[in-house]
Design a protein around this ligand. Structure first.
Ligand SMILES: [Zn+2]
Length: 92
């Protein structure tokens, strides 16, 4: 066994037990929904419907994937409409 590695794993968890997690953004799903990871224990979290952080479960990961696709599709469509309107102004 490797006692040094076990100590290295306990210290980050101890930090989170004592001081709470330190989440860093890992992925922006939409403007308001993001995914985070604790820089000490690697626990993953996401923004829930109330705007608060909740544990990133497989179900939330799947929902975020769908949200991201819908959000990207909508923003791409809006930007294409904006370009089309500008083209109309120039030619018309
Ligand atoms: Zn943590």
């Amino acid at each position: 066994m490797k006692p040094i590695n076990q100590k290295a794993n306990i210290i980050p968890r101890l930090h989170c037990l004592l001081f709470d997690h330190v989440f860093e953004e890992t992925r922006a799903v939409t403007l308001h929904v993001k995914e985070y990871e604790c820089k000490y224990c690697k626990k993953q979290a996401t923004t829930n419907g109330n705007g608060r952080l909740t544990e990133l479960t497989p179900a939330f990961r799947e929902i975020n994937g769908i949200l991201e696709r819908v959000y990207k599709h909508r923003t791409m469509r809006k930007s294409m409409l904006k370009v089309a309107k500008q083209d109309l102004k120039i030619t018309g």
